[in-house]
Design a protein around this ligand. Structure first.
Ligand code: MG
Length: 467
């Protein structure tokens, strides 16, 4: 009797501590939602400094959660960046990057190899319901689709929304300035079946959102922990927006598209609150690469960061990122480094799931930073890949460029830097002032780091050149 009373008292005290926010609630597994925009720039959200685009929902999410200002993707274009997020590995390890064919195309025969373990496949070992919505771009043949990679369901366009352009469409970039759905014959898929072609791109942001809302509600009803990977096809060109958001922003069509994505985020967070799941669901918002600057006002902005999509300057790979979970994440701004490579280990930690053991992983568990247990990120370095090559390395605040290539234009040659260019990203986030002459010892240190990293990589069979 005494023992029982003692146990009850202990449980009561623990509950009080949880309620008082002194201990995290650990009894139920956390749900996870990753919202991944396409080609959204570092400077495209109001909470990351955009003066004209209104993003009230993302701004509030950043206030209630953690805004990360030094968060990186592992590649500056779609396919390899997505492979890295899904697997927690630099894409060179699984053949999902190429210096010749930068991404997968509708005529590609390759895709994410079956031997890879995605976040969804990992979470399946804990009984999670797993759903992919939106852009996949890791292979559109049946063996590479989300449903072959650990996802229970898929609803989306399997590659970029500017692929499958029809012959009669206006030539070159002209078709983008006044885009019409029929110019791009892209399929919309439900699991492994095409259900609409061309996809009505005006309504994809809304329909992807409705799908996410439905899945949250269904899994809540069935009491299943869930993982939703919601990868919007937009704001990648061609830009499309629903009637409701047409001409709404001060920033033209691009701003309208971002404001609809902001509405989508708000709708998802509102659903989590209504379903009483907010404290149990970690939501992560980020983008796959920087803005596509060659599309003028139809491309976004990297803010004060240099360059954009297709380059290893900061604007190509540093992304506006927010972590949100009122029951877990300590609100604040994190200026330490993080990466989409870290999502797999972080999600494993948050959901108490075992990480894949028999392979090299390149990520770190960010949970202690999310909880506010430490202000120091376990990530202190980043390798900036361009295709199969490391073009730049960051360690602490220093970044060395061994090669650079400006933005995503044609086949212009990369410039080799010997000695490498060196920037201090704290003093000079725009990478304007090369300080390699003043700090030769730092450049040699970063060069040695690059060498060690490269020596530890065995490249996987290239998937992007198969056609
Ligand atoms: Mg992209």
């Amino acid at each position: 009797m005494k023992k029982k009373r003692y146990v009850n008292l202990t449980l009561f005290v623990l509950n009080c501590l949880v309620l008082a926010g002194l201990l995290p609630a650990q009894d139920s597994p956390k749900n996870v939602i990753v919202i991944f925009a396409d080609d959204l720039g570092y400077g495209d959200l109001a909470c990351f400094g955009h003066p004209a685009i209104a993003t009230p929902h993302l701004d509030q999410m950043a206030l209630d959660g953690q805004k990360w200002t030094s968060f990186y993707v592992a590649a500056c274009v779609c396919t390899p960046s997505r492979a890295a997020l899904q697997t927690g590995r630099y894409p060179i390890r699984n053949g999902m990057c190429s210096s010749r064919r930068r991404v997968l195309f509708p005529d590609s025969k390759g895709g994410l190899p079956q031997a890879e373990i995605t976040i969804a496949k990992m979470l399946k070992t804990r009984g999670y319901a797993t759903h992919a919505i939106g852009k996949w771009h890791l292979g559109h043949l049946p063996e590479y689709l989300p449903t072959s990679h650990g996802y229970d369901s898929y609803f989306g366009i399997p590659y970029s929304n500017d692929m499958d352009a029809i012959r009669n469409a206006p030539k070159g970039k002209a078709k983008f300035w006044e885009p019409r759905i029929e110019y791009w014959n892209v399929p919309l898929m439900r699991d492994e079946k095409i259900i609409e072609r061309p996809a009505n791109q005006h309504t994809i942001t809304r329909r992807f959102t409705e799908e996410a809302v439905k899945l949250i509600q269904v899994n809540k009803k069935e009491k299943k922990p869930f993982f939703i990977y919601l990868a919007h096809n937009l704001p990648h060109v061609p830009l499309f927006v629903s009637n409701e958001f047409t001409d709404r922003s001060r920033a033209g069509l691009y701003g309208d598209v971002i404001e609809e994505i902001d509405w989508s985020v708000g709708t998802i967070l509102k659903t989590l609150r209504e379903e009483n799941l907010a404290d149990d669901t970690l939501v992560i918002f980020t983008s796959d690469n920087g803005p596509w600057l060659t599309f003028n006002t139809h491309g976004g902005s990297a803010g004060l960061l240099r360059d954009g999509k297709g380059s290893t300057w900061e604007g190509g790979m540093r992304e506006p990122t927010i972590f949100w979970c009122p029951g877990l994440v300590k609100p604040g701004i994190v200026r330490e480094m993080g990466s989409t490579l870290d999502l797999m280990p972080t999600i494993a930690s948050v959901t108490d799931t075992k990480l894949p053991q028999n392979r090299e992983l390149d990520g770190f568990d960010l949970k202690p930073v999310l909880l506010g247990q430490t202000g120091k990120s376990p990530r202190d370095e980043m390798f900036y890949y361009h295709g199969e090559e490391v073009f730049a390395v960051r360690k602490g605040e220093f970044k060395a460029h061994f090669k650079t290539k400006t933005s995503y234009v044609g086949q212009n040659e990369a410039v080799v830097h010997d000695p490498p260019l060196l920037f201090h990203l704290g003093h000079d986030p725009s990478e304007k002032h090369d300080i390699s002459q003043q700090h030769p010892e730092v450049t040699s240190r970063l060069a040695a780091l690059k060498k060690t990293h490269e020596a530890g990589i065995s490249p996987g069979e290239n998937q992007l050149i198969k056609r």
